[in-house]
Design a protein around this ligand. Sequence first.
Ligand code: SF4
Length: 492
Amino acid sequence: DTAPLWLFADQLGPHVWDTEEFAGREIVIVESTRALGRRRHHRQKLHLVLSGMRHLAEQLGDRATYLRTDTYREALEQVGRPVVVHQPTSFPASDMVRRFVKEGLVTEVRPTPTFALGKDEFDDWAGDRETFRMEEFYRAQRERFSVLMDGEKPVGGKWNYDHDNRESPPKGAERLEVKAPWKPREDGIDEQVRADLDAAGYPTVGNDGPRRFAVTHEEATRALRHFVRHRLDTFGPYEDAVLEQDWAMAHSLLSVPMNLGALHPLEAVHAAEQAYHDGGARLSSVEGFVRQILGWREYVWQLYWRFGRGYTRRNHLRARTPLPDWWTDLDADAVTANCLSHALGGVRDRGWTHHIPRLMILGNHAMQRGYRPAELNDWFATAFVDGFAWVMPANVIGMSQHADGGRMATKPYASGGAYIDRMTDLCSGCAFDPKVRVGEKACPFTAGYWQFVHRHEEMLAGNNRTARAVATMKRLTDLDALLEQESAREEF
Ligand code: SF4
């Protein structure tokens, strides 16, 4: 069979096109203006996607047929013979491919090659369970792929080193003492992408900026090597910490190349494991990193299919507030709360913040204020450079907003300003005070937390992991004033 292989923009790595089956095969890559302009994406996300596709086409040389068309259909018609494709990573793209199969434009659909675990194996593991806990899945993954295993036992005797990975940021430090992340060198392709995006007039959000993430397999390999050698050891302890002046902390910045399919997750996992065996990184850091990739990332991917299309419409907490314009426009300067402004500014300037600003600041605020989960899900999927359709539902609807009523998380991830104060250096530069609930300096996260507890009192009282918050709320002497203040609050 010599049908050309059609690659989607998130299937860019050699594990997709340089396998035994496809070695030497003609490769079709399509820039569809309709697909690129359909939603309002972060400007830098479009840049990364186009840069990745065009770099791959350059690398493949004569092997690649690179088409710029309005739609995918037009491109496939231009190819003139049926193509093979790998199962794409979203429901809408799968529907499209299914139509193309019916119409004879696609002759065969191979399984998605950009994750460690196959769908069938996940289905075997999941059986008919309704609720899912990541820890169980993660342990099964460690065993399945023999990662950090000592026979049948986890290396070091424990599966989970989270306890060592919750350090506050180092006191008084502006930045972590760790080598700066790997940075790509932009080339003529990036220059052309920038010019094309300036001219194209796609709806975008956020600022343009230098490319910060790897988009080819070669770049991703270098970024991975640099991370493992210089940053992985520091990753664990500070993975949940935020410093105002240090946007990357010790994070790997590999979510972009991984979600573009340029880097296979097991390459990253194996490199980290090797660093532990070579004495280059402490076990708690390596385990934390492996947990994010072999555990969490694989888990949300599988749950995207498992939970199905209706999942993003779940709204267990009946959150009805539309996302405000300052939020969707990434207008960080319109925000007084330093933590919120910092997180939103990171999205505006880079299309990226690490998981703690996403969860503890942005997601927490959105849940406290009752933002509509489906809108929030779309926002995360389009305003972040590593956001793709499959990435956000389990993260946003499940983990962050508790909109699925607990299929994924045992309790809502809500917290007040004290927690933000502990894990960041942002409160010292803020007009609000995390300890103050009522009055001019009342922290919107602290007050917002109690307002949230009050609003969902019944549900939280019925859960033994959150019942104590309700009891504490009932003892607050200033609760009425707080509720009045928060329901009138229009700016943050
Ligand atoms: Fe955020 Fe409150 Fe701290 Fe200000 S005081 S940075 S609003 S948590």
